[in-house]
Design a protein around this ligand. Structure first.
Ligand SMILES: NC(=O)c1ccc[n+]([C@@H]2O[C@H](COP(=O)([O-])OP(=O)(O)OC[C@H]3O[C@@H](n4cnc5c(N)ncnc54)[C@H](O)[C@@H]3O)[C@@H](O)[C@H]2O)c1
Length: 242
């Protein structure tokens, strides 16, 4: 967003990984009450579209905002000029006014700082490994990019019983945590050709490669690292112009 790769109309308040406690609810709200602990859900869903009723609300195309026509904007500056609300949340603010369908209830004993990560990074990575593809036990898996999303995908691969998990990153200090979470091999992408290193470890290419960086060269590497009959999963968000 800062670099313009994913444009969003300014002036705006960013932030989309939120967790907190409901302070108050509007007239039509039936699913939440003050005191509920919640996670922000960055894809608001309408509840009526086929994807919503089929249990895949994250695919809802409506961009549901839950605001009556003619209502005041949720966010304004001191002069009353509307501010864009990122993902219907703007979680870098201390308080959020959002549609009820932007929230998911959680248990009260979940620490909110950890819970917030479920709002995007953890769900994205874990979901890619658990839901987007079906990784058979024993499969070889490569994770390109060991940030928040990649490490969540790595944990998903471990949970489903991948045989080998190769973590690729340009920062070596990421590898300690990657190993703790289940990586069997680590490849420093700044140290020679990561493609060649992965092909050697996997004897020709991996069964599943998750691209979790969001750059064109790493997307190309991920495809090249994928072995015959394998699957490349593109999780990273490349700039819209790429
Ligand atoms: N598909 C979705 O719904 C979704 C959701 C959330 C995030 N994302 C995208 O996933 C990507 C990762 O997000 P994140 O929060 O984990 O970011 P992050 O910055 O925490 O992690 C990125 C990692 O990639 C590594 N990296 C950078 N260049 C590399 C290279 N050339 N080779 C190997 N590793 C390299 C970095 O060192 C870092 O560890 C971003 O593109 C983000 O926009 C997608």
């Amino acid at each position: 967003m800062i670099e313009g790769g994913l444009p969003f109309p300014p002036p705006c308040i960013l932030g989309h990984e939120a967790a907190g406690i409901v302070e108050g609810v509007g007239d039509g709200v039936t699913d939440f009450a003050p005191g509920d602990h919640v996670i922000g859900c960055l894809n608001s869903w309408c509840g009526m579209y086929k994807f919503c009723t089929q249990g895949r609300p994250y695919l809802c195309p409506t961009q549901f905002v839950g605001r009556r026509e003619g209502s005041r904007p949720r966010l304004t500056d001191a002069n009353g000029v509307p501010l864009s609300q990122f993902a219907n949340l703007s979680s870098f603010a201390e308080n959020i006014l959002c549609p009820e369908r932007s929230l998911v209830k959680i248990r009260d004993d979940m620490p909110l700082d950890c819970a917030s990560l479920i709002g995007c990074g953890v769900t994205t990575g874990l979901g890619a490994a658990l839901n987007t593809v079906k990784i058979p036990a024993g499969a070889s898996v490569v994770i390109v990019g060991c940030g928040g999303v990649g490490l969540a995908a790595l944990q998903g691969a471990r949970i489903v019983g991948a045989g080998s998990i190769i973590a690729v990153d340009v920062k070596r200090w990421k590898f300690g945590l990657a190993r703790d979470l289940g990586a069997s091999d680590c490849v420093d992408a700044t140290d020679g050709d990561p493609f060649a290193a992965v092909r050697e470890i996997t004897s020709g290419g991996a069964d599943f490669v998750f691209e979790c960086v969001g750059l064109v060269p790493t997307v190309q590497q991920a495809i090249a690292m994928t072995g015959r009959g394998g699957t490349t999963v593109l999780v990273g968000v490349v700039p819209v112009t790429a």
